[in-house]
Structure formats: C-alpha cells, structure tokens
Design a protein around this ligand. Structure first.
Ligand SMILES: [Zn+2]
Length: 328
C-alpha cells in the first residue's frame, strides 16, 4: 500500500502497486498512477434498489428445483452491499490476407474401381479472413469466476456518475489492467480467432498481411449487489445481482433437506447397480455364467458404466449449491 494524491482534488488515496487505474473516493475522478486523468470513464446505471434486488432474487430462487414452496416468505436479508467492478470493452476489427501451402491428396493407378496409390502433394493456398469482435475483459482484483466471465450489457453505458455510487455507499474497485495492456489483449484474442479459422484451411501460413484496428473501447464499471440471506434464520447464503438490469449473476441455493435426501437415495440406487454390474462382469470374466450359456460380460460392463455416470451426475446435482442465470 502507498499513498497517492488525486490530480483533481488532492485527496490522499491508498493504492496497491498493481493498480493501473485509480478512482478517487472523494471526487470520483479516475486516473493512472502517473497522475493522468481518464476522460472516458463509463458505468452502468443503477436501476434496481436494494429491495428490488431482493425481490428479484426471491423470484429467481422460487423457480429453482428443490427449494421450499414458501421460500419467498422464509428468506430474510442479512446484508446487502454494492461494488462497482471494472471491465474493459474493446471492439477490434481484424483482417488477414495470407499465402500458404496445403497438403492435397491425389489418387493414382485406377483400375477396376481401386486406386493403387494415394499421392500427397503440397499446393499453394491463399485467402482472406475478416472478423469484428467485441472483447470484454474483467480488470479488477481476483474475484469469483461468475464475475470475471459475466457478459456485461455494454449498450446501456453512460459516463460514470460518482454521486450515484456515493448514494449507494458503493465500493469502486480499481483496474489492475492498463489501457495499453487491455488493448493488446483484445487484439491478441481477435488475432487468435482469425488464425484458428485460417489454420483450418491451410496447413502452413508462409506469408501474411494483417491489419487490426480498434473501432471502439471503453472502461466501464458495473454496479453489482452482494446479498447475504438466511432461510428461516438458519445458514447464510450468498448471491450477486447486477444492479443495472437485475440479472442474478450467481446464487447459492437453499435446497430442502427432503429434496437432498431423495436425490441421495437415487444416487445410492445407481451406485448399487454399478456394483452389481461390476460383479456380474467379473464373474463372466472368470467363466462363471449366471444364465447358463449366456455371456453377460459386455452388457454388465455397459450397466456399470451407465449407472456409475448417472450416480455421479445425481451426486453432483445435489452437492452443486450455486447456480447462475444463463446469458440471454
Ligand atoms: Zn479526487
């Protein structure tokens, strides 16, 4: 931690050596460690109040299989807070013209519908690939994967409104990724996409003319609610919800004990079948046939495999306590 003074208001801020863009907690100005102010700083608007957020989460949770019918009445809010997460969004237009060589097969010595030899030869290939991609890059400190991979809605961006963040006593996170690093990463990703297509058509690229242009880029903060809730006063569950569009980014699921027991019961059923299948397969392998003259080795192996997979899937389903809304 080191002290840095805001170039706009002079306020002293604690910063970490890895911080690449700092947002002043006194006046809301964003700047780089060398003191350069960022003119283009965007954020998504807060459209959901704390109570809207809780209602949205409840409406989402009651539809998840395995929760109590009266879950909405049982949920009580323990804590809610807002954090602004930083993302870079780059639109990159890339085009690559290339020349290369490709292996082509020719068939020789045809006689009576058969070829006596397959001959491989190298032929010249050339082509052109063009792609425009919007690359989103989470730029903040280490957080859960659901936040890192969250497909933020970039179309509703507007300039960062410090008053709005203050009003919600939000924590505004700093970017660990500089503008230049974000740009290089966005170009690199677009380049990989284009070359993976070219490599499908050409064995070897010998010469390429490439051009990558950034047509749009923005530094955007997304306001996200963190919610802690209990069910009937018991265990604490966690969820995160987009304060701009109300999407549930992730939530732990308060499944009922009855549901978990039922699921465990069916997992046990599948595992018993797995053991029976394995036993029958072993006996058949030893030459012992339960039904005389019928070798059950392969059917038993099949039973073991399928029931084993079903058992594991059922267990996974019971123990997986977190869900995220699918991207729309
Ligand atoms: Zn300031």
């Amino acid at each position: 931690m080191a002290k840095k003074h805001c170039p706009n208001c002079g306020g002293a801020l604690d910063i970490h050596p890895t911080d690449a863009i700092i947002t002043c907690s006194y006046c809301g100005t964003s700047f780089t460690p060398d003191g350069t102010k960022m003119k283009e700083h965007f954020a998504l608007q807060v459209n959901y109040s704390e109570s809207d957020a809780l209602d949205t989460l409840k409406a989402y949770l009651v539809k998840v299989p395995g929760v109590a019918n009266d879950l909405a009445q049982q949920i009580s809010l323990k804590e809610i807070s807002m954090t602004y997460y930083p993302y870079w969004v780059y639109t990159v237009q890339g085009d690559v013209s290339y020349r290369g060589i490709d292996k082509k097969a020719s068939f020789r010595g045809q006689s009576g519908g058969r070829y006596s030899s397959i001959h491989w030869e190298w032929v010249a290939e050339s082509g052109h690939q063009e792609q425009t991609r919007q690359i989103r890059l989470y730029a903040g400190p280490k957080v859960r994967g659901e936040i890192v991979n969250y497909p933020i809605a970039t179309r509703s961006r507007r300039y960062f409104n410090f008053e709005e963040a203050k009003q919600h006593t939000a924590n505004v996170l700093f970017s660990k990724v500089s503008e230049e690093a974000a740009k290089q990463q966005a170009i690199g990703t677009t380049k990989n996409i284009i070359y993976s297509r070219i490599n499908r058509e050409t064995e070897r690229v010998e010469e390429a003319k490439e051009n990558f242009v950034v047509t749009d880029h923005a530094y955007i903060h997304v306001p996200i609610y963190h919610i802690q809730f209990t069910v009937g006063g018991g265990k604490t569950y966690e969820a995160a919800l987009d304060a701009s569009n109300g999407r549930v980014i992730y939530t732990e699921i308060p499944r009922t004990t009855g549901f978990k027991l039922k699921a465990l019961g069916s997992a046990a059923f599948w595992f018993i079948l797995t053991i029976i299948g394995a036993a029958v397969a072993f006996l058949s392998y030893q030459g012992i046939h339960l039904i005389s003259g019928l070798d059950l080795f392969y059917p038993a192996i099949g039973l073991t495999t399928i029931s084993g997979i079903l058992g594991i899937l059922t267990l996974y389903y019971v123990t997986r306590g977190v869900t995220a809304e699918r991207a729309r």
